[in-house]
Design a binder for this molecule. Structure first.
Ligand code: PEP
Ligand code: MG
Length: 870
């Protein structure tokens, strides 16, 4: 097998094998752009490395060695050579770009001898020693995992001794001395000399890239972004272009459109006399890309041409890294740029208007998971006007956030775990901070530009971020900072605006986002191309209205138990539970009936004649019983029973396995009067609303939960139908209604042909179906699932992302069995999976009629449904 490819041997379509970076480096080479040449070790080699017990086998080694020779021939340079030494960068590159993995090692191939050679040949010893000390630093950090702080301390010490503040002010001699100190540091930590053989260095770096595929940060990122572990990462070995050889050199990062807003035009940052990591690390504050026109007019002109070539070629916004060496431009990377949800919509629409993309392609370009950032809260405009910003950074990722200031990623996780809303405040962030960033409402950094780690990662997560607020005086050690004359300690409240970059003291109230413009255009296209309908899970008129605004075409699940929890109602409901007689229960239910009917009427109103599925009471009764002595006493009084008698009833309701206990339609079998009451409430509400709105067609869908056997469904259905028909007759109304069932127990899937005869519709309750299929509890599985992720038994939470192999197979079986016996049967899903893009795609594939999800995920589902159809 071929494990290694020269850039000249690859192309963009080989992304799976070469990773995104490798495939695009090959593609840029093919279209004649100035790319320093190199080779890519494939993603398959990474997978093989793990299969071989974390070893690079001889075959792969042989091919790498061969390609070193080839690269030496192409560049006319040689590893470790005393005339013309080859120096390379080593970079990871998975199929999808992945923060959290090893990023870059520069200047690999240097040793004491080679430094002298390049110092002499270039006549620039400062540069040579700068390269060397950077290499030792990066190699020690990413390959050998000696923390970078030791090296930074040495640099700081050196700067102090020399009385300078900037790295660039250190002389060749200083840097040579530093390189020596770095090597000593390395030896003291590792116990061995720093490697001098370029090949040994290269293999160390390649292994480090492979290893980083499996580090905890990468695993977290993969899980969040649906990236399979099996993909592996490629390694790119590229000959160096130097941006740090003097003032006619530089390096930068640029986007062809603004990644925050989507506005067309070059957007980026660059630094003269610097190497790549200086720009992204936020160590020095970079210049605006436009200044490049003054510094390097020739290279800037060429760069602009390259940008337009690349955009036309990829037909998408590009994110590029480049270096200018003595005035000459080199392209180091291009990729479809990460962008905010707003920018994604604008860019997709613009590309259609510019004739570069079709509507379908535009719809396919939007990551549905990003959409909900658009739906996230913004500051209340009035409150915002009244507030004076204490300071301002860069609006790096939009949205509004407020919370208590915390200063470390671990604190963010811990505080959020206690239910606190926090804003993570850092000098700068690094990949180790990822779980802290995820736990925070927002992120505020002192250093770093729009392309800094914090900015890029926050944008990807859809978390509000203000970066690069240099006015902050930070005291990380003592967990405090000062801004605008005000000192903030841990726990002090702060608000940040990720759009404007403004920072405020205290909590500013937020309001929901409104959606319009490009969002509407994309959604309209999505609606045009999707086949799946999208309903919502809503129990209140407010939720239902919100969902309608967001495009819901009906209610797929109204959990009626949520309507029992209000104070008046719960009292009546408890009375019902504690009654010994049917009459007693009926009397209690009679009190609840008007509430339920009123609720249902409001729901029908909110849904404007679109379908509304009402699911009958589902949870085990113990969820409703009082827990405090005071409430128990109250219930005892109301029931004319002793406290002990109530306690006995409560004890009697205890179940060892409540989720597999007395719940769902089993409640209707034991207490038919509950189903009767709920039927009355539904039918009466429907009749009333239909009367009020003759032009609507109100067709109530009554949904029976948890069926496992057709006879139990038949039993409950009979109660429902008799009650409903009597109501309709008494009212002299003409109302059509449906009775269907949830499919959430494996046995229901296995016997769906029998059940379909008694059901007008099926709705997959994949929360329970997942629980019952795996045999683990939807409420408690979290306790051990982390161990399952760590051991790669699971890559995803099956309660969030549908298990297509198991649960999905049961669904397919239910559909295959059900449809032939009842051609009118309509089928949906209302488990949490109904709003998860990959699950929606599956639902499309297996032929469901609709998905139902929480209101804010409705747009996500609409888009995912369209993407599945395109
Ligand atoms: C389900 O089980 O998937 C479902 C939607 O019902 P609930 O979550 O209310 O059990
Ligand atoms: Mg359920």
């Amino acid at each position: 097998r071929k494990w290694v490819y020269l850039f000249t041997e690859g192309k963009a379509e080989m992304r799976e094998l070469l990773g995104g970076k490798g495939a695009n480096l090959a593609e840029m080479t093919n279209i004649g752009l100035p790319v320093p040449q190199g080779f890519t070790v494939t993603t398959e080699a990474c997978t093989q490395y793990y299969e071989d017990g974390k070893k690079i086998n001889d075959e792969i080694r042989g091919q790498i060695d061969e390609h070193i020779v080839k690269l030496e021939a192409i560049t006319g340079k040689k590893f470790g050579d005393h005339e013309n030494p080859l120096l390379v960068s080593v970079r990871s590159g998975a199929r999808a770009s992945m923060p959290g993995m090893m990023d870059t090692i520069l200047n690999l191939g240097l040793n004491e001898d080679v430094v002298h050679v390049i110092a002499e040949k270039s006549g620039n010893p400062r540069w040579a020693w700068d390269c060397y000390r950077r290499f030792i630093q990066m190699y020690s950090d990413v390959v050998m995992e000696v923390g970078k702080k030791y090296f930074e301390e040495l640099i700081d010490k050196m700067k102090e001794e020399k009385g300078v503040t900037q790295d660039v002010d250190l002389t060749a001699e200083d840097l040579e001395k530093l390189a020596g100190q770095f090597k000593e540091e390395y030896k003291s930590k590792i116990g061995k000399d720093f490697p001098t053989d370029p090949k040994e260095q290269l293999y160390g770096a390649i292994q480090a890239v492979f290893r980083s595929w499996d580090n905890p940060r990468a695993n977290v990122y993969r899980r969040d972004n649906d990236i399979p572990y099996s993909w592996g990462t490629a390694v790119n070995v590229q000959s160096m272009a130097f941006g740090n050889m003097g003032d006619d050199c530089g390096t930068g990062v640029a986007f062809t459109r603004d990644p925050a807003t989507g506005a067309k035009g070059l957007f980026g940052e660059f630094l003269t006399n610097a190497q790549g990591e200086d720009v992204v690390a936020g160590v020095r504050t970079p210049m605006h890309i436009d200044e490049m026109a003054n510094k390097f007019p020739e290279a800037f002109k060429e760069f602009n041409e390259v940008c337009s070539t690349l955009e036309k070629h990829y037909r998408d916004m590009q994110d590029m890294e480049f270096t200018v060496e003595h005035g000459k431009l080199y392209m180091l990377q291009t990729r479809n740029g990460k962008r905010t949800a707003q920018a994604a919509l604008k860019i997709a629409c613009d590309l259609v208007d510019e004739g570069m993309r079709t509507e379908e392609e535009a719809v396919a370009m939007i990551d549905p998971r990003n959409l909900d950032t658009l739906l996230h809260p913004q500051f209340d405009a009035k409150a915002l006007k009244a507030a004076t910003p204490l300071g301002k950074g860069l609006g790096a990722s939009p949205g509004a956030a407020c919370g208590k200031a915390v200063f470390t990623a671990d604190d963010a996780v811990a505080w959020a775990g206690r239910g606190e809303k926090v804003v993570l405040v850092r000098l700068e962030t690094s990949p180790e901070d990822i779980s802290g960033m995820k736990s925070a409402q927002g992120i505020l950094t002192v250093r770093g530009g729009m392309t800094s780690h914090a900015a890029v990662v926050a944008r990807g997560m859809g978390t509000c971020c203000v970066s690069g607020c240099g006015d902050i005086v930070m005291d990380e050690a003592n967990k405090k900072f000062t801004l605008g004359g005000k000192t903030f300690h841990e726990g002090d409240e702060i608000s940040i605006d990720g759009t404007t970059g403004n920072i405020y003291e205290g909590l500013i109230p937020t309001v929901d986002a409104t959606i319009a413009g490009e969002f509407g255009r994309i959604m309209a296209w999505a609606d045009k191309y999707r086949r799946l309908r999208v309903r919502t899970n809503a129990d209140t008129p407010t939720d239902a209205k919100k969902a309608r605004e967001l495009g819901a075409e009906g209610i797929g699940l109204c959990r009626t138990e949520h309507m029992f929890f209000e104070a008046d109602r719960i009292a009546a409901f408890r009375e019902m539970i504690c009654s010994d007689t049917v009459e007693g229960r009926e009397a209690a239910l009679e009190k609840i009936l008007p509430y339920q009917q009123g609720d249902f009427e409001q729901l029908y109103e909110a849904l404007e004649g679109t379908p509304v599925t009402i699911r009958f009471l589902d949870p085990p009764l113990h969820e409703f019983v009082p827990t405090t002595e005071e409430e128990i006493q109250k219930l005892a009084d109301a029931q004319g029973k002793s406290v002990q008698a109530i306690k006995d009833i409560i004890t009697g309701l205890h179940e060892f396995n409540p989720m597999m206990g007395h719940r769902g339609l089993r409640l209707a079998v034991t207490y038919p009067e509950i189903a009767k009451m709920q039927t009355k409430a539904v039918i009466r509400a429907a009749i009333n609303v239909q009367k009020k709105h003759p032009d609507w067609k109100v067709v109530p869908e009554i949904m029976i939960p948890l069926t496992s056997e057709v006879k139990e469904l038949k039993f409950v259905k009979k109660i429902v139908v008799e009650t409903a028909d009597a109501e309709i007759k008494a009212a002299g109304a003409d109302l059509h209604y449906e009775v269907g069932t949830m499919i959430e127990i494996p046995r229901a899937c296995l016997t769906a042909d029998e059940i379909a005869k008694e059901a007008d519709f099926f709705c997959f309750g994949t929360n329970d179906l997942t629980q019952m299929t795996f045999g683990f509890s939807r409420d408690d599985a979290g306790k051990f699932l982390n161990a399952y992720y760590d051991t790669k038994i699971f890559e995803n939470d099956p309660f969030a992302k549908l298990d297509q192999n198991g649960v999905g197979k049961l669904m397919e079986m239910a559909i295959k069995l059900g449809r032939p016996v009842n051609p009118k049967l309509h089928i949906g899903i209302c488990g949490e999976h109904g709003g998860d893009p990959s699950s929606v795609e599956f639902c499309h594939k297996i032929g469901l009629d609709y998905v139902s999800c929480s209101p804010f995920r409705v747009p996500v589902a609409r888009l995912a449904a369209a993407q599945a159809a395109i």
